[in-house]
Design a protein around this ligand. Structure first.
Ligand SMILES: Cc1cc2nc3c(=O)[nH]c(=O)nc-3n(C[C@H](O)[C@H](O)[C@H](O)COP(=O)(O)OP(=O)(O)OC[C@H]3O[C@@H](n4cnc5c(N)ncnc54)[C@H](O)[C@@H]3O)c2cc1C
Length: 329
């Protein structure tokens, strides 16, 4: 029986989807060890405490809340210090965080402070007695590594969408804790640039419409935007060829050197399917590819393929989605 600490990521006063997925992963791990407790740490600007009960709905037994004006942006050093302090205060077998942009920053800092092993980008966690075993895709998802984590405590960051958030209601006790200030702050956040307004973040979006060089010109991304609008809850992604050419911002890039996503539906528009792109999206639940070349590698990972010119297929696709969603919000 082992207790697990989980970092509940929030942004803009809201819990992120990865927070609920991390709580679900932590719950599974605690249950697998014979029913330990899940403790969540929620850090945010004043008011974030209102979100604590939601973590109980997904399986947290205790929620520690640290509020502070500095957390309006991601005060990385203070968040890491607060999480490490909390981890030291309890006897936890593991600290679970999301493998998001915040989690990638936080995980190694916390592992170093705890002198604990870290496994990043984890898609499965198993426990047998005292042994923790995790799976982590490597080499652009070509292989799956099985890692055994030794030591009394381990840090595990879970891949977004690898664990589906499941309700598992607990009457979570909420406890306010003090944030630990960074001892020697070396990073100051001077500006935060918001992504595209009105669209979900790539990491949270259930649907992603992603465009490649097959769109021929930056202005043709309007067709990708139109399809995303027709679905209503879709984000727009791109290949590196497109972001390198300046058609889309780098923040839209999906792949080995961009974002790693795993939505319910990924629509690849005019994308060849280079291994570096597949590294960021091949774990999507359903993949639809549109390409004029029927031999394009993207069709090897696609569940549905449309062979045709994107400039003709996209408007028809968008019209069909609009028709199917008529009357829905
Ligand atoms: C170290 C390294 C890291 C990299 N990291 C990434 C990364 O993170 N993400 C990433 O995406 N790439 C990455 N790349 C680049 C990657 O290798 C590919 O070059 C890139 O993904 C290709 O983008 P693309 O599919 O848009 O373009 P192309 O490979 O040029 O493919 C365009 C596709 O569009 C099709 N097409 C053309 N016209 C039409 C039309 N009218 N209708 C329908 N289809 C059409 C073509 O048949 C073709 O399949 C990386 C490369 C390296 C070396």
């Amino acid at each position: 029986m082992a207790n697990v600490l989980v970092f509940a990521e929030a942004r803009g006063g809201e819990l992120r989807k990865i927070a609920l997925e991390a709580v679900t992963a932590a719950r599974q791990l605690a249950d697998a060890t014979g029913g330990g407790d899940v403790h969540a740490l929620l850090v945010g600007a004043p008011g974030i405490a209102a979100k604590a009960t939601q973590l109980g709905t997904y399986g947290a037994d205790v929620v520690f809340v640290a509020e502070g004006a500095e957390f309006a942006t991601f005060a990385r050093e203070s968040v890491a210090a607060t999480l490490a302090e909390r981890a030291k205060a309890g006897s936890y077998r593991a600290v679970v965080i999301g493998f998001s942009a915040q989690g990638r920053d936080l995980g190694p800092r916390v592992a170093a402070k705890l002198d604990a092993p870290i496994a990043s980008d984890v898609t499965e966690i198993a426990a047998s007695g005292d042994t923790l075993t995790v799976k982590h895709p490597g080499y652009a998802n070509k292989v799956v590594l099985t890692l055994v984590l030794s030591g009394p405590m381990a840090v595990i960051s879970v891949r977004p969408s690898a664990f589906t958030a499941k309700e598992n209601a607990k009457a979570a006790r909420v406890e306010v804790v003090a944030a630990v200030p960074a001892s020697t702050p070396v990073v100051t956040i001077t500006e935060v640039k918001e992504g595209a307004k009105g669209r979900p973040d790539l990491g949270d979006a259930p649907i992603i419409i992603s465009g490649g060089r097959g769109l021929k010109a930056a202005e043709n991304f309007k067709l990708v935007e139109d399809l995303a609008d027709a679905f209503g809850n879709a984000a727009v992604g791109a290949t590196r060829a497109v972001t390198d050419d300046g058609w889309r911002p780098h923040s839209d890039q999906i792949g080995q050197t961009g974002r790693q996503v795993s939505p319910q539906l990924y629509v690849a528009v005019g994308i060849s399917g280079a291994i570096q792109h597949l590294a960021g999206m091949r774990t999507s639940k359903t993949i639809v590819a549109i390409n004029k070349d029927k031999e394009a590698p993207i069709f090897k990972v696609a569940d549905y393929g449309i062979v045709g010119d994107v400039l003709e297929v996209l408007p028809a696709f968008t019209a069909a989605v609009r028709e199917a969603r008529k009357g829905q919000g």
